[in-house]
Design a protein around this ligand. Structure first.
Ligand code: UD1
Ligand code: CA
Length: 462
């Protein structure tokens, strides 16, 4: 069984941030969540996360992502362990902090930096397989970079074996010209690793314990050191600055948009469309320019999403039209419904089949029945609307009495006149009509016309 260690204690000085680097978000997830996802593909027995800066937040980010993957049945529950590195004295020091927890571990240990979010599970698997096949004590992933600036250089002997790893700040001009770099991804035999850790020193430009020095020390101790050169530089890029963060975001986004287009989704302008990694969109849906779709949103087939709309964590059926400039979060929209322009749905809004939510309508925590329409200037909060209701312009469910939120129920086939105030808790019976300007403070019986302030029954309709 393999174990994984993620180094995530650093602040990330070059981010110029008060937030720990691994908490900065890429494509809607903290950096560390991306690394975890890859790590889980190894089906590790234990995952050690070395934490320091904002340790609690990093720990909860790890737990949250793990819970999400378990929920989606992508992984079985792993043994999550957190190692505190209170003072950050380098990547080698981070591993030293876990020393006592490692002594009892048997299997190979994969160590990855928490700031290389594009790393794929297949690459980690290949690293472990190579490590086993070559019977190495450490196998270090390397890559050729067109611009290796900032990375540790891999200096090889003539026979190709490792001479040493040298950090940018410690390298001579000749060494800086080397384009092969280490990417902070290793597979270690645990006992060989522990044997070498004790010998680490801070004799370098940054006065830190470098994990990159460990392979050379192991070599001196007659351990077998393997270098595995990976073909994709892009996949192992680390994030050190916000510029690199934005660069990777663009790469991930591009990858996602291509995937969607190849699967039959029209993206009118990929350059201005932002779609997060876990979003699903069905065939023949059309996404117009300047749309943002976040979180685990699911959109069916034959839908249209028009410009300047933001969707977050939505569940949308087939043939739904979302017009311009809508903001929709945590909501469900069923087949054939139409929403917007300028609509706001949130907190568990549920829009029924073929329903219509129009301009300047806000729907919060409300269920809108099939074929029901609220076309203009309306607030529906904590309400349940039946089928084929028509809500006139300017209607408000007055759901908040200053202390608690109260519910409004509007039964099937009701017509709510323009500018009706529904003072909750209140129920409007099936087939009833409220006249324009009614202030409804009492339940309305079925098939009645009410009017006035406060509204009273004027006549029975049946
Ligand atoms: C490191 C490598 C470098 C490699 C590069 C690849 C060392 C000395 N250098 O440099 O050779 O090319 O990664 O991206 O290892 N961390 C801790 N505790 C610490 C210091 C760092 O947990 O005391 C964590 C950080 O949170 C980060 C990871 O280790 O996730 C890497 O640290 P970082 O400072 O980014 O290392 P680099 O300078 O990029
Ligand atoms: Ca780094």
């Amino acid at each position: 069984m393999t174990d994984v260690m993620i180094l995530a204690a650093g602040l990330g000085t070059r981010m110029k941030s008060r937030r720990a680097k691994v908490l900065h978000e890429l494509a809607g997830r903290p950096l560390i969540a991306h690394v975890l996802r890859a790590a889980f593909e190894l089906a590790p027995e234990a995952i050690f996360t070395v934490v320091g800066h904002q340790a609690e937040e990093v720990e909860s980010a790890v737990r949250e992502q793990t819970a999400r993957l378990i929920e989606n049945q992508l992984i079985a529950s792993p043994d999550l362990q957190f190692v505190m590195q209170a003072e950050q004295k380098g990547t080698g020091h981070a591993v030293m902090a876990a020393h006592d927890r490692l002594t009892s571990r048997r299997g190979p240990l994969v160590i990855v930096a928490g700031d290389a979010p594009l790393i794929g599970g297949a690459t980690l698997k290949n690293l472990v397989e190579t490590h086993r096949a070559e019977k190495n004590d450490v196998t270090m992933l390397t890559v050729m970079m067109d611009d290796p600036t900032g990375y540790g250089r891999i200096i090889r002997n003539e026979d190709g074996s490792l001479l040493r790893c040298v950090e940018q700040k410690d390298a001579s001009p000749e060494e800086l010209a080397v384009r092969e770099v280490g990417v902070s991804i290793y597979c270690f035999d645990v006992s060989a690793l522990l044997g070498a850790l004790d010998r680490l020193t801070t004799d370098n430009a940054q006065g830190e314990y470098y994990l990159t020095d460990v392979p050379r020390i192991m070599q001196q101790q007659r351990s077998k050191v393997g270098l595995l050169r990976h073909s994709s530089a892009e996949e192992v890029l680390g994030v050190n600055t916000r510029i690199e963060l934005a660069d990777l975001d663009r790469k991930l986004r591009d990858r996602k948009l291509r995937e969607l287009m190849l699967s039959g989704v029209t993206i009118v302008d990929p350059a201005t469309t932002y779609i997060h990694q876990d979003v699903q969109i069905g065939q023949d849906s059309v996404i117009h320019p300047q749309v943002i779709i976040e979180s685990t949103s699911r959109i069916g087939s034959g839908c249209t999403v028009h410009s300047w709309t933001r969707l977050k964590n939505v569940e949308i059926g087939d043939n739904v039209a979302i017009r311009n400039s809508c903001v929709i979060e945590d909501s469900t929209i069923r087949d054939g419904a139409t929403v917007g322009p300028f609509a706001r749905l949130r907190a568990g809004a549920e829009i029924g089949e073929k329903a219509g939510i129009g301009n300047f309508v806000e729907v919060k925590k409300s269920k809108i029945g099939r074929g029901t329409k609220a076309s203009h200037l309306t607030y529906l909060g904590d309400a349940t609307l039946g089928e084929h209701v028509n809500v006139g312009a300017g209607t408000v469910t007055c759901n908040y009495d200053g202390v608690r939120k109260n519910e409004t129920v509007i039964e099937d086939d009701v017509k709510i006149g323009s500018d009706t105030m529904l003072v909750a808790p209140v129920r409007v019976g099936r087939g009833s009509v409220t006249a324009a300007g009614s202030v409804v403070i009492k339940d309305v019986p079925p098939d009645s016309l009410v009017a006035g302030v406060p509204a009273v029954v004027k006549k029975k309709l049946k």
